[in-house]
Design a protein around this ligand. Structure first.
Ligand SMILES: NC(=O)c1ccc[n+]([C@@H]2O[C@H](COP(=O)([O-])OP(=O)(O)OC[C@H]3O[C@@H](n4cnc5c(N)ncnc54)[C@H](O)[C@@H]3O)[C@@H](O)[C@H]2O)c1
Length: 329
């Protein structure tokens, strides 16, 4: 039996993590920690979790856990991840994995040193239409991808987690680009297999009365000289997530979240709508994390990989603050 302890009993725990781990064979969430103990107790009752803690360190010290899943505000991920790795636990950490590259590196090093898995929960890599799109691009269906245009937008975190005020705090690494731009950028890197080398971004607070960005646009160039744009928005109604890839032989549009669609418009006028498999090739992020624990497989969304997507988003914040292009190392 794989035993999991979750830190954070908020929206993502309730809606994704607890139901997700419940579906994993031979796996049990045996402990839940949250400074809001009442909230954790309520979720524990609902999902049959045995132990509840207000202090996450105590949970890791006292419980016989194989893994810790971190579902707390972004600024807490690093300290929790490093602590859990150093106590021999595998770690699943929510996106964005950290608030800086030095934090991300510390998390990767702690997991490596202790020979434990560190996986970042970039959920969109697990959607069947995205996995199929990646396969078709790799097979050359639209030829070499020259440009990409992506947008991830919704009404904002107050509709997802009404109590999650930290989403609007600069210190907590809140903001639309950090929150959902990271999903879009990670998906772009996953689909194309390309690395970003340079970024220019505009970020702004266009509608909400908050101290962080509610909209942003990031222009980026890949290492091979091709380029694209990505928008993150907390003021888009209705919500959408769309990635359009323009290739030598045609255009591919991948939509998710609201409706799952994959359309390929080939140069000659032919339109393909490949059937989207019902199941993810890898299972859910939780099934895949458990699979990696059992087999020792390095997750395809490891700490290093999650760190590369984070680096682009951090570069976008730096570019917007300085008004300059930012080159990635
Ligand atoms: N992968 C996805 O698709 C996805 C979706 C939503 C959120 N997320 C990520 O999940 C994380 C949590 O988001 P959320 O929407 O659940 O936020 P939330 O505000 O709803 O929940 C966060 C929880 O963490 C608890 N917490 C705060 N400080 C703590 C501490 N020191 N110790 C223990 N618990 C503490 C809070 O009390 C709260 O219950 C964020 O990193 C977010 O970006 C990922």
């Amino acid at each position: 039996m794989i035993k999991i302890g979750i830190i954070g009993a908020g929206a993502v725990s309730e809606q994704h993590q607890l139901p997700g781990f419940q579906k994993c064979k031979g796996t049990q969430v045996t402990a839940l920690a949250d400074i809001n103990k009442k909230r954790a107790e309520k979720l524990a009752r609902r999902f049959g979790v045995r132990s509840v803690y207000a202090d996450w360190k105590k949970m890791i010290q006292k419980e016989d856990l194989d893994a810790v899943s971190i579902a707390t505000p972004n600024y807490l991920h690093c300290q929790m991840s490093v602590y859990a790795s150093n106590r021999g636990r595998h770690v699943l950490v929510e996106k964005p994995m950290a608030t800086s590259m030095s934090e991300a590196r510390r998390m990767v090093q702690a997991a490596r040193k202790n020979r434990r898995i560190l996986m970042v929960e970039q959920t969109h890599r697990f959607h069947p239409q995205n996995q199929l799109a990646k396969r078709l691009i790799a097979q050359g269906k639209i030829g070499k991808v020259n440009t990409v245009k992506a947008k991830f937008g919704g009404p904002g975190p107050e509709y997802w987690s009404p109590e999650g005020k930290w989403f609007f705090s600069k210190d907590a690494f809140g903001g639309a680009m950090a929150d959902i731009g990271i999903h879009s950028m990670d998906l772009i890197r996953y689909l194309t297999g390309k690395e970003v080398k340079e970024v220019f971004a505009y970020l702004g607070t266009l509608e909400k009365k908050i101290e962080v960005d509610d909209n942003g646009i990031c222009l980026f160039q890949f290492a091979d000289g091709t380029f694209g744009s990505m928008e993150a928005s907390w003021t888009t109604k209705p919500q959408l997530m769309e990635t359009i890839l323009y290739g030598e032989k045609g255009t591919m549009a991948v939509k998710a979240w609201v409706d799952d669609l994959l359309t390929i418009n080939l140069a000659g006028g032919k339109v393909l709508r490949p059937r989207i498999p019902r199941r993810s090739e890898t299972g859910s992020p939780y099934e895949y994390f458990v699979h990696c624990i059992k087999t020792g497989e390095e997750p395809f969304i490891s700490g290093e990989e999650g760190g590369k997507s984070l680096e682009v988003i951090l570069a976008a914040y730096k570019s917007a603050a300085t008004g300059r292009k930012v080159r990635l190392t």
